[in-house]
Design a protein around this ligand. Structure first.
Ligand SMILES: O=C([O-])CC(=O)C(=O)O
Ligand SMILES: [Mg+2]
Length: 482
């Protein structure tokens, strides 16, 4: 009944089990905690993780969402309170991806927390110690990955969620060719943002490569988006250099430029560092670069100021403004601000839901650029086709498929995503496109290959229908007619 309710009333229910309410639930987890959900594995359980996982009563787990709680949405380190996120994500696996709930396992990898308030919170449910780091931490995650494989098999999907920046990239690289895994914050967010950009091209009339992107933040989400958009531009025929040159990023020390006086450009950021004079703020960067799109995903609320939005509207007939940070309190700007300061000319999407906005009598529907459009469909394909390693191309295919589902009517209402109410169908379409691709590329491991991929996927999908216990002959009558 829970899932039936979610499926039938997705638009009203999703903000309760998922973003933004799930963020509040995580912050208050100790006070609202009634009964455990999911599996808590602590770093003190090292050496016994396999046995701990064997305690889980279900025998056929197909997918896990795991977090260590270090970066819960844009709310920071919530330690073991972060369990709300795997629980919420997996509720959507069933409601939006049609994966049976008994096949899903939420996992909290408790390595401690650096959140002082939680360490002093008498209701805190996690380990009361500073976060473990270094070799001990890495060994713990390694043991977890191996234990899952040993207990549930090599095809078990493991979605990494809301890890700290540094660990998120490291683990993706370390495990992506060894396990069936992906990082939702890097790859799922990249895919949904790219889908919104692809759909926006139908509004702006531009080619992807004619766009210039400016990102507020250079963390998991934005580096993921920049990388995927660059890949898509290369598919359009651009060279890697040309494509990367269209991606400008601003972090807490200013624009990513080579030999930046303030430094801090290491690892994945270095790819996008430009030969350019130093620029300190986002405002200045917008004025200097005159981008066609600004994308925020660094949990800096109100980063898109009135001045920035007005500048974007001055430089572009239809500026693209994506405020992707979650929850709502972390959004770079509200839908209302984006529409008002751009005379409703902007193409707007946000990570957390915003109500429709009326501007000059016209109702505009902000799109929700949230990875919830992507991970359920990707998981559905991975599980039904037995994808052992999830390639970057899978996320590009997901983005292209999603963008293809946006109708002319959606676009005329300002939507660059299909309505939330259709998100379950979007997942099936995404999974079907991915299934076609992975069988073609020999990335699927379940044979014989199903001829009709969509029918094969629909057959698997969890049904929320249940028997009606009222006899068919019974008819409900209004009380006064009795
Ligand atoms: O959970 C969400 O709404 C999207 C997401 O992955 C994040 O913000 O970390
Ligand atoms: Mg996340």
């Amino acid at each position: 009944m829970f899932y039936r309710c979610l499926v039938e009333h997705t638009e009203e229910m999703m903000p309760i089990v998922y973003t933004p309410t799930v963020g509040k639930a995580c912050q208050l987890y100790g006070t609202i905690y009634r009964k455990p959900r999911g599996l808590f594995l602590s770093i003190n359980d090292r050496g016994h993780l396999y046995e701990m996982i064997c305690n889980w009563p279900e025998i056929d787990v197909k997918a896990i969402v795991a977090t260590d709680g270090e970066r819960i949405l844009g709310l920071g380190d919530l330690g073991a309170y972060g369990m709300g996120i795997p629980v919420g994500k997996l509720s959507l696996y069933t409601a939006l991806g049609g994966i049976p709930p008994e096949q899903l396992l939420p996992v909290m990898l408790d390595v401690g927390t650096n959140n002082e308030a939680l360490l002093n919170d008498p209701l805190y449910i996690g380990l009361r110690q500073k976060r473990a780091t270094g070799q001990v931490y890495d060994d713990f995650i390694d043991e977890f990955m191996e234990a899952v494989r040993r207990r549930y098999g090599q095809d078990t999907l493991i979605q990494f969620e809301d890890f700290g920046n540094h660990n998120a990239f490291r683990f993706l690289e370390k495990y992506r060719d060894k396990f069936c895994m992906f990082n939702d914050d890097i790859q799922g967010t990249a895919s949904v943002a790219a889908a919104g950009v692809f759909a926006s091209l139908k509004i702006t009339g531009k080619k992807l490569r004619d766009n210039v992107f400016l990102f507020q933040g250079a963390g998991e989400a934005n580096l993921g988006i920049a990388t995927l958009l660059s890949l898509a531009m290369q598919e359009e025929g651009a060279t890697k250099e040309e494509a990367d040159s269209k991606m400008w990023l601003v972090d807490s020390k200013g624009l990513l430029v080579k030999d930046r006086p303030k430094g801090g450009i290491t690892g994945h950021k270095a790819v996008f560092a430009k030969e350019h004079a130093p620029v300190e703020t986002l405002e200045e960067a917008v004025k200097t670069i005159k981008p066609t799109a600004i994308i925020g995903a660094a949990a800096v609320p109100h980063a898109f100021t009135e001045g920035i939005i007005r500048d974007m509207a001055a430089f572009n007939e239809r500026p693209i403004i994506f405020a992707l940070s979650n929850p709502t309190s972390m959004s770079e700007c509200s839908a209302e601000e984006a529409y008002n300061f751009s005379e409703a000319r902007c193409v707007f999407a946000s990570g957390s839901p915003f109500d429709p906005v009326v501007y000059n009598g016209k109702t505009l529907y902000p799109g929700q650029g949230n990875n919830a459009y992507i991970f359920p469909g990707v998981a559905l394909a991975a599980i039904t086709c037995g994808i052992r390693h999830i390639s970057e191309k899978v996320f590009l295919t997901a983005a292209q498929t999603l963008a293809g589902l946006v109708t002319e009517e959606n676009l005329s209402n300002g939507r660059v995503y299909p309505p939330l109410q259709t998100i379950r169908e979007c997942s099936i379409q995404i999974a079907t496109s991915i299934a076609e691709e992975v069988y073609r590329d020999k990335q699927a491991s379940y044979y014989p290959e199903p001829e009709d991929k969509m029918e094969f996927i629909r057959d698997y999908v969890y049904s929320t229908d249940y028997e009606c216990f009222v006899p068919e002959t019974w008819q409900w009558k209004k009380p006064e007619e009795k």
